[in-house]
Design a protein around this ligand. Sequence first.
Ligand code: GLN
Length: 204
Amino acid sequence: MAGAGPSAPPAKPVVGVLALQGGFEAHERMLHRLGARTRQVRVAGDLEGLDGLVVPGGESTTMTLGIEREGLAGPLRALARAGTPILGSCAGLIMLDSEHLGLMDMRAERNAFGRQIRSFEADVAFRGIDGPPIRGIFIRAPWIAEHGPGVEILGEVEGHPVAARQGEMLAVAFHAELSDDERLHRLFLESVEHARASAASERR
Ligand code: GLN
């Protein structure tokens, strides 16, 4: 591209959304509203050059099979090792735990609120997000059953951790993308911008 130096980042961050299965389109809509570009990720090559990644809700068993089929586990771990911010929601939280991709030092309990009837909304007082609590939409949601000292718990429901951060990983048990509340995605995009800025300054 004429005029732009090799290290000039594009104007908008590019956030991948893992699109093997599940609710990736609602995340894309939310990210577009906040001015990010998105790219649906189905194969390892789709991860190239991403500034961030969302692992959406869905069914963690199906998503695990898709990741195996496409050989995505290694490339996803490499993306995380490179310091790329990753947001996991619901099944995405499960995918980040130590029994799945192993990107966070925690163990998620699947369908922890009960399998069928326990789809509900709850206010989550979210550490690091100013203003009123986040209205969380929980659909057969997990909670964080155990976690190591490196995992910071950011919110709870009924005394169970439902939101956490470890380094550039952010995980929530609920569906923030289905509400009008943009604050969680805004928080995620702030870490995307931050990581992008520090990668750019390392290249200089
Ligand atoms: N119950 C699903 C699982 O265990 C997660 C549900 C969701 O992502 N809404 O994978």
